[in-house]
Design a protein around this ligand. Sequence first.
Ligand SMILES: Nc1ncnc2c1ncn2[C@@H]1O[C@H](COP(=O)(O)OP(=O)(O)OP(=O)(O)O)[C@@H](O)[C@H]1O
Ligand SMILES: [Mg+2]
Length: 419
Amino acid sequence: MKESSKPWRPFTSNCCTTENQTILKNFSKCKPSRSDYSKNIAPLPSFRRLSFSDLSRSSSTRINEDLALSFGSDLCDFQLSELRAITQNFSSNFLLGEGGFGTVHKGYLDDNFRQGLKAQPVAVKLLDIEGLQGHREWLAEVIFLGQLRHPNLVKLIGYCCEDEERLLVYEFMPRGSLENHLFRRLTSIPWATRLKIAIGAAKGLSFLHGAEKPVIYRDFKTSNVLLDSDFTAKLSDFGLAKMGPEGSKSHVTTRVMGTYGYAAPEYISTGHLTTKSDVYSFGVVLLELLTGRRATDKSRPKTEQNIVDWTKPYLSSSRRLRYIMDPRLAGQYSVKGAKEIAHLALQCISLHPKDRPRMAMTVETLESLQQFKDMAVTSGHWPISSKSTKNGASNNNKVKTRAISANQKQLAPVRSKKV
Ligand SMILES: Nc1ncnc2c1ncn2[C@@H]1O[C@H](COP(=O)(O)OP(=O)(O)OP(=O)(O)O)[C@@H](O)[C@H]1O
Ligand SMILES: [Mg+2]
């Protein structure tokens, strides 16, 4: 990966006031550790201080000036008209998907688009910005993804900030999200591919946590794991990412945000965020990979609606484990591997954050499972229900902030909701 040619510029000069410093005030000297998992990573620019406060008070021209100053040629500053042109005015024919913050459209940058920008397909996210929070998330994404480069993080190619419009332009991920593959497609993902995806996603998180100043991703879930043509997993959506605690502090205190079913219980109840909150969410995704069921699924019987509550009694016994394995695997999985993943998932979803493994350890464990070639026989599965044959699971588990407010991912206040 390329190394940034320009020295890092502080992001404070023009548009930042000292008040209301939020998301990225600690994004200084953020360099990856020299762990095994950062070998392929381009050295980051030598950060000085990248901080910003309430940029909503700055004009879009000023924001663009500051971003251009900070990122130089590393990020492309697109015009809205250019993005309209490459997506046929954000036509539904080019729609790749829609999330809580707007639609994502496919576009194509040809050779003549900009000097130095290679011809390639891209994904353009058109943020449905209502108020400050949407703008903050857009800016957080630009600043985090603009600086962090890793094979398991989706590449941000550029951004657009014109008047009230906020857009992001990413590398196009041909296989879409893990969520689509696991729950919506007719064809199931084979065991080895699930393991590959888990390893890739774990490496992405491990990279973030292993930085000199760790980054907490805060919204780890299947829809934010995107897949390249060879099923390499890449994390997208850094709008909620947060710098980890500084100095002797054990956590950062934040508003509780994220997605129900994935957020760690102690984070929901206290607002205390650590890298171990991401590890919990990773454990939930491991359970989804094992069972083919969504983190929360209201269409299931009450005792099966929450994947953590439902699977826990089955995870520590290989005899019982087979009853919760994804029927769409049709027995084609490594029994030893599944047992180890179940054990790992159980550790990741430990109630006490300290009992959860670090992501670097999780990567090692998962990689060691690739050697297992034993395949289960097809007996012992629960019959495939008509529902799961159709699309794997229902799609009604998205209980997130949209239910609370139109455009924020804020989880319900601690008092009113339980995970
Ligand atoms: N870079 C990309 N390449 C290809 N498809 C993408 C890309 N980014 C997003 N998508 C598609 O767009 C869909 C919507 O993504 P988006 O991140 O907006 O929403 P989400 O992850 O489903 O929900 P949330 O708002 O909670 O993040 C994804 O599920 C994926 O299918
Ligand atoms: Mg997303």
